[in-house]
Design a binder for this molecule. Structure first.
Ligand code: FAD
Length: 511
């Protein structure tokens, strides 16, 4: 086998399907004989994640998901503010709510139809070595099994300690004190179906918060922050759980579909590439779910890993390209950790000073729009910007302005994901996902490389005489100009190999 994907959660499934789309044979390993479809787990699926799944043939997920457009925030009994999610000019909604279980089911259907993916369930990885190739030792009901592959992607999730240990990795970071009770109910709640509600210190959960998300099929996800010593069994048997739900939904009939208690963490492995193995998803990083940066960032890991492994296996790039997986995705994980830790400091203050600040911000937000900006119930997932990557050539005329305002994306340029715009042949990102692509403006000739003409001054803000080099994950690598020192790339490129080689050479030069 060429690539072993270890763990068939949504990140492993996505990675396997992406590799197969690049023509790479995959063995997809999971310890469980069957999938456990219970519970919704991740529900907020971000637009660019939906886009990746759509590119694999799971466009149904964006359609099935519940599109919510309004985020309402309350403090005690009063509403502080309400935000509309911008549509961003894309064919896809900014977010849909759809259970992770349904996502996994849809991806399994695609995997079943993909002859390049060999699924091995009931295989528990218990060891991994890299004597030239990757050798994975598994336990199965029929005894030990060994799987050999050229490379591996470790997607064994938060509980994948065995896999991390075999790679000399561990999840460094912090765990938060308070617990979170998460419950899916089915109920008819008119007016609640298109909005997310966040309650700080509501009278029915004083000093803590409650988050309510609508899901398809009249389902709602309710998430209560609860104290460290919270006892779910005692609460259920004593009727307190019923009172909790009634305090929110009133007398409407309801049915509990799933409930569970979680502790949240900010944790990250030191290395996301260990030799021939790339770590992805929760196996590499854990964040609190406020902002929905867990699964969404895991899918971005999978896409980054897949095109790079495919390029190396095709002989289009040397193994050094894999190091950029660590550089880019570790930086994304650090950003996600910073954003979600700031949110958790606001939601679960760690000391008196943080408590005072939270109360002050929430009190002022009732009448001061500037204070509303400081109310942190989670900065929603967004694609990371690879502006500092060795694969990105900065453009001094398009300096990166840093983390954009909430809900906004950085303007198009090197290191930034292409906007989701349509071109005469379809969607620009679909074109990009077929391999390296050069987008040219009139007057620019490109030989050898697959290219497409772009209208000047369109959604990209491209200027006459420019050519935009786009990676197979639809990120812009470089903006070239006729006549400048780098223009040789435009003229000299004879194929993808050459582009990847050039990119790699620059990566080496900066080390
Ligand atoms: C309550 C909650 C709400 C969340 N909400 C969101 C949200 O709205 N949006 C979002 O983006 N994220 C959210 N997340 C995070 C999201 O659920 C995770 O990021 C996601 O499940 C990670 O997927 P994964 O494939 O990396 O890992 P997992 O889903 O954990 O899959 C890992 C797989 O590896 C297998 N495995 C483990 N060890 C081994 C082994 N030794 N051998 C073989 N197989 C093994 C397991 O069986 C499993 O199938 C939420 C998480 C929680 C807990």
């Amino acid at each position: 086998m060429r690539v072993a994907v270890l763990g068939s959660g949504p990140v492993g499934q996505t990675a396997a399907l992406l590799l197969a789309r690049w023509g790479v044979p995959v063995v997809l390993v999971d310890e469980h004989e069957v999938r456990d479809p219970v519970g919704s787990k991740a529900i907020c699926q971000q637009r660019d994640t939906l886009d990746v799944w759509a590119s694999l043939g799971a466009g149904c997920l964006a359609e099935e998901g519940l599109t919510w457009t309004t985020a309402r925030t309350f403090h005690r009994a009063a509403e502080l503010f309400s935000l509309k999610l911008p549509d961003g000019g894309s064919a896809l909604p900014p977010f849909v709510n759809l259970s992770q279980s349904r996502v996994e089911e849809a991806l399994d259907e695609l995997i079943e139809r993909q002859p390049l993916i060999d699924v091995r369930r009931g295989h528990r990885v218990r060891g991994l070595t890299q004597p030239g190739r990757v050798v994975v030792e598994c336990e199965t009901a029929d005894g030990p099994r060994r799987i050999e592959a050229d490379y591996a992607i470790a997607c064994a999730g938060a509980r994948g300690d065995t896999v991390r240990r075999a790679l000399g990795q561990h999840l460094d970071g912090v765990s938060f004190r308070d617990l979170f009770l998460i419950c899916d109910i089915r109920a008819d709640l008119p007016g609640w179906a298109a909005e997310r509600r966040f309650y700080f210190d509501p009278p029915w959960n004083p000093g803590r918060q409650v988050l309510i998300h609508p899901c398809p099929g009249s389902r709602f996800r309710i998430d209560w922050q609860v104290p460290e010593d919270y006892d779910l069994a005692a609460e259920e048997s004593g009727g307190a759980m019923e009172a909790r739900i009634r305090a929110i939904i009133g007398s409407a009939p309801y049915e509990v579909l799933w409930r569970s208690v979680y502790r949240f963490h900010t944790r990250l492995v030191p290395r996301m590439r260990v030799g021939r193995v790339l770590l992805a998803g929760d196996c590499a990083h854990l964040v609190a779910p406020f902002g929905a940066r867990g699964l969404n960032s895991g899918v971005a890991d999978a896409e980054n890993a897949a095109w790079k492994l495919a390029a190396v296996l095709r002989g289009d790039a040397g193994e050094e390209l894999l190091e950029s997986y660590h550089t880019e995705r570790h930086a994304a994980a650090v950003e996600n950790a910073a954003v979600t830790t700031a949110t958790m400091d606001f939601l679960v203050p760690q000391d008196e000073e943080q408590h005072r600040r939270r109360l002050d911000v929430l009190t002022r937000a009732a009448h001061d729009p500037a204070a509303c900006e400081q109310v942190d119930s989670g900065r929603l997932a967004e694609p990371f910007w690879y502006v500092d990557s060795p694969l990105t050539t900065p453009d001094p005329t398009r300096p990166f302005a840093g983390r954009p305002p909430r809900g906004a994306v950085p303007p198009p340029g090197p290191g930034v994901l292409l906007p989701d715009v349509t071109v005469p042949s379809g969607r620009l990102r679909d074109l990009a996902r077929q391999g390296f692509l050069l987008l040219t403006t009139p007057g620019v000739r490109a030989e050898g490389l697959r290219s497409a003409r772009i209208p000047v001054g369109g959604a990209l803000g491209a200027r006459p005489g420019e050519a935009w080099l786009v990676r197979p994950d639809a990120y812009v690598a470089e903006v070239l100009r006729v006549g400048d020192q780098r223009a040789h790339l435009v003229r000299g490129v004879r194929g993808v190999t050459r582009v990847v080689d050039d990119v790699r050479d620059r990566a080496d030069a900066t080390e």
